[in-house]
Design a binder for this molecule. Sequence first.
Ligand code: NA7
Length: 549
Amino acid sequence: MTDQTTPAQYDREYGAVVIGAGFAGLYAMHRLRDGLGLSVLGVEVGDDVGGTWYWNRYPGARCDIESYSYSYSFSEELQQEWSWSERFAAQPEILRYLNHVADRFDLRRDFRFGTRVTAATWDDDAHRWLVELDGGAPVRAQYLISGVGCLSAAKDPDFAGLDEFGGTLYATSRWPHEGVDFTGRRVAVIGTGASGIQAITEIGKQARELTVFQRTANYATPIGNGAMDPEFDRRLKADYPALREKSREHFLGVPYDLVQPSALAVDDEERHRVYQERWDQGGFRLFFDSFADVVLDRAANETAAEFIRGKIRERVEDPAVAEALCPTDHPYATKRPPLETNYYETYNRDGVRLVDLRATPIERITPTGIRTADGVEHEVDDIVLATGFDAMTGPLLRLNLRGRDGVPLTERWADGPHTYLGLMVHGFPNLFTVTGPQSPSVLYNMPLAIEDHVDFAAGAIEYLRERDLPCIEPTPDAERDWVAHTAEVAARTLIPEAKSWWMGSNVPGKPRACMVYLAGAPAYRQICADVVANGYRGFRLGAGQLTGS
Ligand code: NA7
């Protein structure tokens, strides 16, 4: 096709095209095909289902939310028949779960695997998306559902000399399916985010030498994993709907209890008791189940930060290494806090070294290793990149979407994302961005966040069908207000203080904007419910160019 804005040929017409076969794409396929009866084509780059859990197969990969929560709630039968072997399941078990879901609901048959959406263009006359695919003719669909995920576009590694490396290069986000044996090897890991911390702990057990290249120290806290207790599993299943209801009323979409309001309103002893209890319980409890002002108030935050630093100093034997591992440049939880099991003890092992890139930045990758600014050449056999993602907007912008009048999304979002509810974009009718930027997404237990968004899309499609309307699209005013509201909520927190993928500031040149709606799942759910109850307030239903509100 030569002119992407006026494509004439297409192979088949569908009710909807769903992009991705991860948690979002699988549920979207089920809900739209089996719930609404639409003809749906699913398109997935990978050779099978799984999304994040298909690609991120690095050693130690596991979810950081208890698996009984980090799972679908839409089918009570599914909830009852599936049992997790651990509190926090590892990647292979989550992938098995998603395969089970795909089989159980017969989802695979409508997916084209090993296929990439190379572009999608809105045809405003036909009210259809024209979706171009590699290895096949374009297809047309009334609705386009993006289930591309928040963390599926790996950040391009920007190290000089990377091509010259003579050893083996791995990336946590594209791990070989057959696994890697690091026994007897000298391994470098670059990056100490959630992925790096999980991988370092496992690689450290195996490698002859492990050198960790850390740019920013992180506040990692214990995950508290263990085998799933059958009695606990039985109690959960006795009333799963109530558990889900409680979860949806919690900021993070987990069934945690209410927090105390302020870390500064209690004495040192009580504060320490609360932190220690959450530390022992594991998971995100210290993050979001201790004191409400930890993410809002600098002084309150510092009490949690210092508690964690104290733990690092207790656990790491070499005081200089411990200090290098203690974060001091950003408040706790202003970057996504990683969870760990024996991460800090890894640095007590023989053969494990930490290189502080703040003191000695990477100068270049050489054929035999990594040279730092102090002139030291760290010789290694393997390099593992755990350097993160062009998060939230990256996966959408890489789809090459063009809205009305052929306007590219890259142009609309040149200065950062513009959405209404994080779910739709003005000028891009009938496109639903599941867990898109400016929705609670990664700060709302993802499977539940996904279900909410897919249900919203399905409800909107049904509403349009009943009224014989071809399109739904946010008004410019609703979108502008939502963008402003998202920024204003973020400004009330400490989150903008860190350079993080939540703020888009981990990628050089990327516009800095808060990618996550930070008022929490319950507030967001209420807003969406009000929008629907008011006849899709903020949306224009019907066809044609929008000029005002
Ligand atoms: P993250 O959390 O973005 O972590 C990436 C890490 O890589 C982080 O420590 C970065 O340091 C480091 N990094 C990135 N680029 C460089 C360069 N150029 N040089 C040195 N170090 C670098 O990604 P993850 O994959 O760990 O986690 C992403 C999410 O997946 C996680 O939050 C969970 O939700 C699941 P920096 O902090 O930028 O200084």
